[in-house]
Write a protein that binds this ligand. Structure first.
Ligand SMILES: Cc1ncc(COP(=O)(O)O)c(C=O)c1O
Length: 387
């Protein structure tokens, strides 16, 4: 079997079927014309689970990306969606009904929480948040007959806590509960959730798969047991990305490995620099040996990526943070990550149920592809504002 770097240059493309071109041609649109009337009659039978011969369901160009992501994630099927967040909501709609309960780690991506609080609760679904690390041995006690989904994100948003996924999936399997993992941070390159026992994988292709901040796209990959349910739910909801986005995601694949390795190196050097900094109280980067569950990260992941956070010893006012931010030349203020530009945000944790004991200012960094010496200089000179 070829190595991943080689695989990434071939996956999703077949020049012989693309009139010799290395990259695939796109098909855009809604209507797909039937060959004959009998095909049309046969197709009507597929209407219930939304497999009809129509742009939302059967674009052969989209299928090239679906199949590529399925291969990378060792899954049976992948559905595409117009954003990572649109992918996140699919398993909830596919698996849950009124009266059910879902377990979610408290450090989940905050729009996932907002979806649960603002939409899922309207459908009488109960959401129980658990701490991703503390008292995890009591996890099974949270399960009852109504628990119908376990949704995990590891590392967690903003605090980058690593969850012991195999421990949870073992309990889930025993209780016949499907598990979902948002694997966007690691990408298929640095974590194989199927190996950890996960049934359904979310990846916001917006980030690393695309890698250039010019696309919103998402993937839901699932194993055989849940693939049909997920696909039917997605297509019933009318979820389908635009073909330009699909094209750009396919174009991101061949360079995924080299981008990720560079970003990994940059972020780790930055994290080590910050750990030594006088103003910094702690750095939350799973590859740093002092972090909680570092051993689990080492066991379950084969690399780390560009996104992590650190906490300052003191809590600074918005005025002071603005001065710090204004000093930055390389790090830009903006949501999302995974592109070439380094980014900074100041994530609030106030919606969490389990309050963080650290009281200093929390800063999230995404280390992009600029030279790491320049990145460190940028942060160093801005931090001087606080001295
Ligand atoms: C962990 C994680 N999952 C999903 C998403 C959502 O992706 P998108 O921006 O494509 O909706 C994000 C976005 O920041 C994220 O950080």
């Amino acid at each position: 079997m070829v190595k991943i770097k080689t695989k990434l240059t071939k996956i999703g493309r077949n020049p012989l079927r693309q009139k010799g071109f290395i990259n695939p041609g796109t098909y855009k649109g809604s209507t797909m014309i039937f060959n004959n009337y009998q095909d049309y009659l046969n197709d009507i039978k597929n209407a219930d689970d939304r497999r009809t011969f129509y742009g939302i369901n059967q674009n052969p160009f989209h299928k090239q990306l679906e199949d590529s992501i399925s291969k990378l994630y060792h899954c049976n099927d992948t559905v595409l969606s117009p954003s990572g967040l649109a992918s996140i909501i699919i398993p909830f709609f596919a698996m849950l009904k009124s009266g059910d309960e879902v377990l979610i780690n408290d450090s989940v991506y905050s729009p996932t929480r907002t979806f649960c609080e603002n939409i899922l609760k309207q459908y009488n679904v109960k959401i129980k948040y658990f701490h991703p690390i503390n008292k995890i041995n009591n996890f099974e006690k949270l399960i009852n007959k109504k628990t119908k989904l376990i949704y995990l994100e590891s590392p967690g948003t903003a605090t980058f806590d690593i969850i012991d996924i195999p421990f949870i999936t073992k309990i889930a399997k025993k209780n016949n509960i499907p598990t979902v993992m948002d694997n966007t941070w690691a990408s298929p390159l640095f974590c194989n959730p199927v190996k950890l026992g996960i049934d359904i994988i979310i990846d916001a292709g917006t980030k690393y798969i695309n890698g250039h901040s010019d696309v919103l796209i998402g993937f839901v990959s699932s194993n055989k047991k849940y693939a049909r349910k997920i696909r039917t739910a997605a297509k019933t909801l009318g979820i389908c990305p635009g073909s330009d986005e699909v094209y750009l995601a396919i174009r991101g694949l061949p360079t995924l490995e080299i981008r990720m390795r560079e970003i990994e190196k940059n972020a780790f050097l930055m994290a080590k620099y910050l750990l030594e900094h006088d103003l910094v109280s702690d750095v939350f980067h799973p590859a740093l040996p002092h972090t909680k569950n570092h051993k689990i990260w080492k066991r379950d992941f084969s690399g780390s990526t560009g996104l992590f956070s650190f906490i300052l010893k003191k809590k600074y006012s918005n005025n002071q943070i603005e001065k710090f931010f204004n000093k930055l030349k390389i790090f830009k203020l903006g949501y999302s990550w995974g592109g070439f530009d380094s980014l900074i945000t100041f994530p609030p944790l106030d919606k969490r149920e389990f309050k963080n004991k650290n009281t200093g200012t929390l800063i999230r960094l995404y280390c992009g592809l600029e030279d790491i010496d320049d990145q460190i200089k940028d942060i160093k000179s801005a931090l001087n504002i606080f001295n």
